[in-house]
Design a binder for this molecule. Sequence first.
Ligand SMILES: Nc1ncnc2c1ncn2[C@@H]1O[C@H](COP(=O)(O)OP(=O)(O)OP(=O)(O)O)[C@@H](O)[C@H]1O
Ligand SMILES: [Mg+2]
Length: 128
Amino acid sequence: MIKLKGINKYYTSGDEKLHALKNVDLEVKKGEFLAIMGPSGSGKSTMIKILGLLDKDFEGSYLLDEKEVKSLNDDLLSNLRNKKIGFVFQDFNLIDRLTIKENIELPMLYMGKGIKETKDKVIELLGK
Ligand SMILES: Nc1ncnc2c1ncn2[C@@H]1O[C@H](COP(=O)(O)OP(=O)(O)OP(=O)(O)O)[C@@H](O)[C@H]1O
Ligand SMILES: [Mg+2]
């Protein structure tokens, strides 16, 4: 479960301080689907980076399965991203120097899956 309480996000460049997210509260329960919509510049990408554990530089509380995200170190966050978060990017973000097969294998190997299991799964996924 995702629980955000009083999230504020500021971007500073030079003397300028931009208040990108203002007191966002949000609760997403297991199995719920939601879409975040809003005009350009309203903070959707800012929000998704926080939800996706890519940005810890915010004010407020973000609980992911009852864990306070801000208290977790980078290794724990990487692990959570690997197990619980999936991104579908508009521009794919594949790793250029790897083949398509290797791109699919990589997160599974990070997950600690064996080579055999990974290779079989990749073939299955590519088949789809
Ligand atoms: N790295 C950054 N440094 C400074 N300001 C930023 C940065 N990223 C975003 N902003 C500003 O924060 C605000 C929210 O931007 P954000 O990219 O989250 O909006 P968005 O809803 O995703 O927009 P779009 O629909 O165009 O993708 C905008 O005013 C933007 O200019
Ligand atoms: Mg965006």
